[in-house]
Design a protein around this ligand. Structure first.
Ligand code: ATP
Ligand code: MG
Length: 234
């Protein structure tokens, strides 16, 4: 569904991603793991069309994305939930959700989709009139995922959705990710929480200094000595 080949990405003269490759098949949860500054969010932004200087190929359903603007990519069904949630702080929960339905395709089904999001996140329904800035971290993350869903993704890219959340909430977010897959969505999950991510993912890629250094089935990586040593502290 999504295929990245030989991707280089730059900020001015700084090269943040080097020859990266990655593939996500329909219906999978694929994880992209790596330490701070590895280049994870840069890959996300490159997929979304938000990096000025990229070389290499990114394609979606066999169509090269190079010619498409960021907005057109969302319209095609490639939706990212950015790191740090990026909600509109002075809008209510419901208004934030509505902002997610800005594509032509999504606008037409806004009301139905809000109901779907409220079903998935009853907490958001309870707090629909609350200002986003006054929600707890976990609630804000739910709102950010909900806003992403309002754009009707075929693939949803979650950039560190569990960042800064307490263990119980981390667990809830991972359960929601599995639920999204069960609903038929394809998920690219960016995480630093290696063990828990490998438990729910189908496949994973490990990024280090802008390069993919390890990849494979999540289950195999969870048992691999190299991964245990480097990432799981065993
Ligand atoms: N807008 C920018 N301008 C210049 N350099 C940037 C910019 N954004 C990121 N970088 C640099 O690119 C490299 C990769 O950053 P990136 O945000 O992709 O890492 P990351 O893996 O998402 O890290 P984190 O887990 O901390 O979010 C870093 O060295 C970072 O300083
Ligand atoms: Mg990041």
């Amino acid at each position: 569904m999504l295929k990245i080949e030989n991707l280089d990405a730059y900020y001015g003269d700084l090269q943040a991603v080097r020859g990266a490759h990655l593939e996500v098949h329909q219906g999978e949860i694929v994880a992209l793991l790596g330490a701070n500054a590895a280049g994870k969010s840069t890959i996300v932004r490159a997929i979304s069309g938000l990096i000025d200087r990229v070389d290499g190929q990114i394609s979606f359903k066999n169509k090269s994305l190079n010619e498409y603007t960021a907005h057109q990519r969302v319209e095609m069904g490639i939706v990212q939930v950015p790191e740090g949630r990026q909600l509109f702080p002075f809008l209510t929960v419901k208004e934030n959700l509505e902002m997610g339905a800005y594509t032509k395709r999504a606008r037409a089904q806004k009301n139905e989709n809000i109901e779907r999001v409220f079903k998935l996140f009853p907490r958001l329904k309870e707090r629909e009139k609350q200002l986003a800035s006054t929600m707890s971290g976990g609630e804000q993350q739910m709102c950010a995922i909900g806003r992403g869903l309002m754009a009707m993704p075929e693939i949803i890219i979650l950039d560190e959705p569990t960042l800064g959340l307490a263990p119980l909430l981390v667990k809830q977010i991972f359960e929601i990710v599995e639920e999204l897959r069960d609903m038929g969505m394809t998920v690219l999950l960016i995480e630093q929480n290696v063990r828990q991510t490998l438990k729910i993912a189908d496949r994973a890629y490990m990024l280090s200094n802008g390069k993919i250094v390890t990849e494979g089935k999540a289950e195999e990586l969870l048992n691999s000595e190299k991964v245990k040593e480097s990432y799981l502290g065993i």
